[in-house]
Design a protein around this ligand. Structure first.
Ligand code: MLT
Length: 403
């Protein structure tokens, strides 16, 4: 049987799998040394009590024949979609219908699965550095940098790697703000430039706002739909993972507005929402009733206060990391409106050399910047997701290293 040989074009292993394997190997060889994990962006605080109560309630529902839930709606339960529309969008002046929201088991899956609705010949544009899922999921479809299916969008290091609107036409553009991995945030003017570009070129923007909850500056946008006209050009992907501690529970959502249309090979104009609905009803049976009840509790008064306290905790950590490494003379960005801090390695070290140095000398694990693309070479990413105590310890160990 023939296999999808595009997989041969991928790197041997996924970035975070490779980092995890190296950290495990180090820990096995050095059982007395405790590594502070600041590589993958995985949350560490337990889920808020309000969400736990909602999960308990959902389990009870499942135990009684009168409240039991079997297959749910593929698009997600209305009780959750209505809360999303109200609290995440209407509250910020964005009007959406609940039928434009598709609840899923996480942003990563949606971002990868969206390639199902692209035409075969589209050219996708990705910033550099970039979250590897955007690139790898397109490589799996046969698009590569070498065959022109993937183009890197110029990112200016001096301007915190913010992607620069290109002169050429790209069909699909991936934007992530607050950015993974650099932690920078596009402001309204910068986002408007992209919306205008997409309108002019009839392009689609996939806007990944998985980290919107970390935005502290009230002038910065959390959703691309805060920009006028964006509903005609953008799909937005969001997640409860980092916002509310759902990395293990799994729940996220994707917004596909009705205004968003594309063209079929026969020239007919079709709503992307209809294609995505068709795709989801065919290949997906919905996120679990339990996780959707848990996600609903994120919007309750108690739940939202508890979620905010967790976000504040992580942001304090990332801010400590940013300020701590900056005080040591290292160049760092991010960490203020994002859990990620992006640091330039000193003395010309490569990303993996810096990774090895931090692991062996500080027992601190990071993500090598080169894993996010060639522009990330010479940088590393740390996260604010560990504990406050470990974050302070990490800065102390870095100081002792005298880089
Ligand atoms: C990251 O560390 O970049 C993220 O945790 C990866 C993800 O959300 O899939």
């Amino acid at each position: 049987m023939n296999l999808n040989s595009n997989f041969q074009l991928l790197k041997e292993s996924y970035l975070f799998a490779e980092v995890g394997a190296r950290v495990r190997r180090y820990s096995e060889e050095n059982p007395d040394k405790k590594v502070i994990r600041m590589d993958i962006g995985d949350v560490t605080l337990p889920i808020p009590a309000a969400i736990g109560d909602a999960l308990d309630g959902a389990v009870k529902d499942m135990l009684s024949s009168s409240t039991f839930h079997g297959y749910g709606p593929e698009q997600g339960y209305a009780f959750l979609r209505e809360k999303i529309v109200e609290a995440d969008y209407a509250a910020r002046g964005v009007q959406l219908g609940a039928d434009e929201v598709f609840v899923s088991d996480g942003a990563k899956c949606d971002v990868g699965n969206l390639t199902d609705i692209f035409g075969k010949d589209v050219i996708v544009g990705v910033p550099n550095p970039v979250y590897p899922v955007y690139v790898d999921s397109n490589i799996m479809c046969g698009r590569t940098v070498e065959n022109g299916g993937i183009r890197y969008i110029e990112c200016d290091r001096e301007n915190e790697y913010k992607p620069v609107v290109p002169g050429e036409k790209l069909d699909v553009i991936y934007l992530c703000s607050p950015n993974n991995p650099t932690g920078t945030v596009l402001d309204k003017e910068e986002l408007k430039e992209w919306v205008d570009y997409a309108k002019e070129h009839k392009s689609l923007i996939i806007f990944d706002s998985a980290y919107e909850a970390f935005v502290q500056d009230p002038t910065l946008p959390k959703s691309i739909y805060e920009i006028e006209g964006a509903k005609e050009v953008a799909i937005e992907v969001r997640s409860f993972s980092k916002t509310a501690g759902f990395t293990g529970l799994r729940c996220g959502y994707t917004v596909v507005p009705k205004e968003l249309k594309g063209t079929m090979a026969d020239g007919s104009e079709v709503e992307l929402r209809k294609l995505w609905l068709r795709r989801q009803t065919t290949k997906f049976n919905g996120a679990s009733y339990l996780s959707q009840r848990g996600a609903e509790a994120v919007y309750s008064p108690k739940g939202s206060a508890e979620v905010k306290a967790n976000i504040d905790y992580y942001i304090r950590n990332s801010s400590i990391l940013h300020d701590g490494v900056t005080a040591l003379g290292l160049k760092a960005i991010g960490g203020k409106n994002s859990p990620y801090v992006w640091i330039q390695a000193p003395n010309g070290l490569t990303s993996w050399e810096m990774f090895d140095l931090l692991l062996q000398r500080c027992q601190l694990s990071c993500t090598p910047g080169s894993g996010f693309g060639s522009n990330g070479e010479g940088c590393i990413r740390l996260t604010g997701f560990n504990s406050f105590e470990n974050t302070k310890l990490a800065v102390e160990r870095l100081a002792d290293l005298r880089l």
